[in-house]
Design a protein around this ligand. Structure first.
Ligand code: HEM
Ligand SMILES: *[C@@H]1O[C@H](CO)[C@@H](O)[C@H](O)[C@H]1NC(C)=O
Ligand SMILES: *[C@@H]1O[C@H](CO)[C@@H](O)[C@H](O)[C@H]1NC(C)=O
Ligand SMILES: *[C@@H]1O[C@H](CO)[C@@H](O)[C@H](O)[C@H]1NC(C)=O
Ligand SMILES: *[C@@H]1O[C@H](CO)[C@@H](O)[C@H](O)[C@H]1NC(C)=O
Ligand SMILES: *[C@@H]1O[C@H](CO)[C@@H](O)[C@H](O)[C@H]1NC(C)=O
Length: 343
């Protein structure tokens, strides 16, 4: 574990509810640093209370991606947007009628998977009523999205509970935009207690799925550095193809473009090869070449014969991300449905 970072203790304020008589699993008043175990989270947390939960999630995920394979990557991204904002507490599922919730934030634009999380939750509720949190379902669905793209089926800690607060400003502040430079990226991650290794490994998620032209066309193709030009480092052949997909001047162009153009649905080392060969989509992907440690990792993975090291690192980094600011024990709640209105 390389966490060369300002240590950050995330203090979860415990609601002063005294519920005498209830066997209280270790209350996690202080959730530990990522990289350290968190009291209340464990692989197989539902072994006794809902032994079939992981099978149920996998079965639903299989059905979901069989019908529409773009939903696999969408559900992987979903966990990132859940965990970076107020921790992995499913607060991204909360809706605000006054449009002040996380869903209404700029970085949530184009986020998909809300209905699928709810669909999985409904299956799990049939088998195990009011037992499994939506936050855990999001983490399991993300893992299975990776697995169903020929990635690793790493062990997922469970035991999270769901939050009740959702604020647009949190999502606007805590999620890095695709034009982030390396200093910004490291800061966005380090304030959550995630290090350079988590950054470069989790960015490898961009080996599956797609982005809309609006997420990168201006930065890379038409107005690099605000100079009205194409990013000169972008591979010219690759850029020509992107220009065909993404017309100039359409700032809200929703056309989807694969992030790993060679193997867009395979969880492999393609992302690192793209970053190294200047065929990645975002400035934030290219930025990984601007730090000695992240660049060294990109170079090693781009040249690796086997994805094993990446897969092992990915399991660790996803576990770290899955521990961010979690509610466990008596904190938070288990809802019947993941969607709920905050106002
Ligand atoms: C490092 C900073 C990151 C930035 C700046 C970033 C930014 C983005 C953006 C802008 C998109 C395209 C959205 C769209 O146009 O619809 C995207 C897609 C995606 N991101 Fe990230 N992301 C980051 C990290 C992550 C992490 C940590 C994960 C997962 C653990 C992740 C998983 C994904 C996936 C799978 C997609 C494809 C979604 C789809 O096909 O629907 N990203 N990301
Ligand atoms: C649940 O069962 C699995 C498989 O036997 C085991 O690895 C895990 O430690 C168990 N977890 C708990 C919390 O009992
Ligand atoms: C390019 O970016 C600059 C600086 O942000 C801005 O002033 C200019 O309007 C942009 N040009 C176009 C065509 O969007
Ligand atoms: C990628 O771009 C950088 C910066 O312009 C350049 O130094 C490097 O040679 C390029 N790599 C390839 C494989 O084209
Ligand atoms: C540029 O991209 C094209 C196609 O995307 C690829 O065939 C070519 O090898 C790349 N060039 C370099 C220098 O990486
Ligand atoms: C693009 O979308 C934003 C936000 O949805 C909107 O305010 C803006 O008017 C749109 N621009 C164009 C040119 O359609």
């Amino acid at each position: 574990m390389a966490l060369g970072l300002p240590l950050l203790l995330v203090v979860v304020v415990v609601a002063a509810s005294s519920r005498a008589g209830l066997a209280d699993p270790a209350p996690a008043a202080v959730s530990a640093l990522p990289g350290l175990p968190v009291a209340g989270l464990a692989v197989g947390f539902y072994n006794a209370s809902c032994p079939e939960v992981e099978d149920l999630v996998l079965a639903e995920m299989r059905a979901i991606v069989a019908k529409d394979r773009t939903l696999g990557p969408a559900l992987l991204r979903f966990m990132f947007h859940d965990c970076l904002v107020r921790g992995c507490d499913a607060s991204i599922m909360l809706e605000s009628r006054s449009k002040k919730g996380e869903q209404d934030a700029v970085p949530s634009y184009g986020l998909r998977g809300y209905e699928e999380v709810e669909r999985i939750k409904a299956k799990v509720e049939e088998a195990c009523p009011l037992t499994v949190s939506c936050a855990d379902i999001i983490a399991l669905a993300a893992r299975d999205a990776v697995y169903l793209s020929n990635g690793p089926r790493y062990a997922v800690e469970t035991g999270r509970r769901d939050g009740k607060v959702s604020a647009k400003s949190d999502a606007d502040n805590d999620l890095p935009p695709p034009f982030s430079n390396i200093v910004d990226l490291k800061t966005y991650f380090s304030v959550k207690g995630l290090g350079w290794k988590d950054l470069v490994v989790l960015s490898g998620s961009h080996t599956i799925g797609s982005a809309q032209c609006s997420s990168f066309a201006s930065d890379r193709l038409y107005n690099y550095s605000g100079r009205g030009v194409q990013d000169p480092s972008l591979n010219k052949t690759f850029a020509a193809g992107l220009r065909e997909a993404c017309e100039a001047g359409r700032e809200n162009d929703t056309t989807p473009v694969y992030m790993d153009s060679t193997t867009p649905y395979d969880f492999d080392l393609g992302y690192y090869r793209d970053v190294l060969s200047n065929t990645s989509l975002f400035l934030s992907d290219k930025a990984l070449m601007d730090d000695r440690w992240t660049r060294t990792y990109v170079e090693r993975m781009a040249a690796a014969a086997s994805p094993d090291e990446f897969f092992d690192d990915y399991a660790v980094a996803m576990t770290n991300m899955g521990r961010l600011e979690v509610l466990t024990g008596d904190n938070g709640e288990i809802r019947k449905t993941c969607t709920s209105y905050v106002d």
